[in-house]
Design a protein around this ligand. Structure first.
Ligand code: ATP
Ligand code: MG
Length: 317
């Protein structure tokens, strides 16, 4: 059985860990360490495991993309490091287990898992945009604004914005669509002070990451971050994954040409195939999308690896 299948399905049986939650891509586990009296040596932690699942148009697709979860985790870890002086992050350890049930990362998920501080997540998708496309472009075309922020007239798909903007969205349940909301709505939900903190941190992360990507010939068009509060300290901490092709639009800078959709290092091939006549799928129907053809899977795997290599400057071994 190909290895990819093992990581494209639901949660795994992991010694020392109990499954608590699955999102579209990641599975979360909490310590299950009865011999240690239930306490984890590293404190109140969760194991965040990135699967090989891929989602598009709010559906989890079949099959998975081999090693995608490893790419997401390794790229996130690289970015957390690059951003260390901009924002605190949730990573505690990626150390592999010496023996089953010791509370470290089980061998079977080594490379795709991180032991993280358990955070109380804000129910907000913190989006920064430096360029106009996707749901931002769609909203701009209706009212010249994105989440209540007025933009100059005449912008097109892929236009660079006068300055990066914070365009939050509500976090949707699995299968539901995230919805863009105004800053005022976020402030109503989490309080004005927290909302301002989320906005400032998001824009600071975007500014640093955009600069780093640009040096490597990559445009960071937009990105989505998730923050939480560390209950032990009250600090606002960057959680989840960061600056991966799942959460961000990365465009090769030498091919940027406003006025059309940009080539990108992400699941564009998957979206293009699903919406092509060849897939036979009607996006507006209730039927789940058909299985991805092998060549789309392979090309998507290559795109994820290429993103990792372009950004970090190293091959993923
Ligand atoms: P999507 O990211 O595609 O919108 P999703 O958020 O439902 O989907 P995943 O990213 O697959 O799902 O799952 C990760 C889940 O883990 C998210 O709900 C995220 O908020 C949560 N999470 C991430 N880091 C932590 C943490 N340190 N403590 C607690 N929960 C966390
Ligand atoms: Mg997520």
């Amino acid at each position: 059985e190909p290895q990819s299948d093992a990581f494209a399905g639901g949660p795994l049986d992991l010694p020392g860990w109990r499954h608590v939650y699955s999102g579209k891509v990641r599975d979360l586990y909490e310590p299950d360490l009865p011999v240690l009296g239930g306490a984890h040596p590293l404190g109140d932690v969760v194991l965040v495991v990135a699967s090989d699942r891929i989602s598009a148009f709010d559906h989890v697709l079949d099959p998975g993309i081999p090693d995608k979860g490893v790419v997401l985790t390794q790229l996130s870890l690289w970015w957390f490091d690059q951003l260390a002086d901009v924002v605190d992050n949730h990573v505690v350890s990626t150390e592999a287990s010496a023996e089953p049930g010791d509370g470290l990362v089980p061998d079977v998920v080594a490379g795709r898992a991180m032991i993280c501080r358990r955070l109380e997540m804000f129910p907000v998708e913190c989006v920064a945009r430096g360029y106009l496309t996707g749901s931002g472009l769609a909203e701009y075309r209706t009212n010249g604004q994105v989440t209540g922020i007025p933009l100059p007239a005449g912008l097109v798909d892929g236009s660079r914005l006068p300055e990066p903007i914070f365009t939050p969205a509500t976090k949707a349940e699995v299968g539901e669509h995230d919805e863009n909301v105004t800053f005022a709505e976020v402030a109503r939900q989490v309080g004005g002070e927290a909302a301002a903190r989320l906005r400032d941190l998001t824009l600071a992360v975007y500014a640093r990451a955009e600069e780093i990507a640009r040096e490597r010939g990559v445009i960071l068009a937009d990105t989505k971050l998730e923050f939480g509060v560390d209950p032990a300290t009250g600090a606002t901490v960057l959680g989840d994954e960061v600056l991966t092709p799942d959460s961000s639009r990365f465009w090769p800078a030498d091919r940027w040409e406003p006025g059309r959709s940009q080539p990108s290092f992400d699941k564009q091939d998957v979206r293009d195939w699903l919406t092509s006549p060849g897939s036979g799928w009607d996006r507006s129907s209730d039927t789940p999308p058909p299985a991805l053809p092998d060549d789309v899977v392979r090309r998507t795997q290559d795109r994820y690896l290429e993103a990792y290599e372009r950004l970090t400057g190293t091959a993923l071994t």
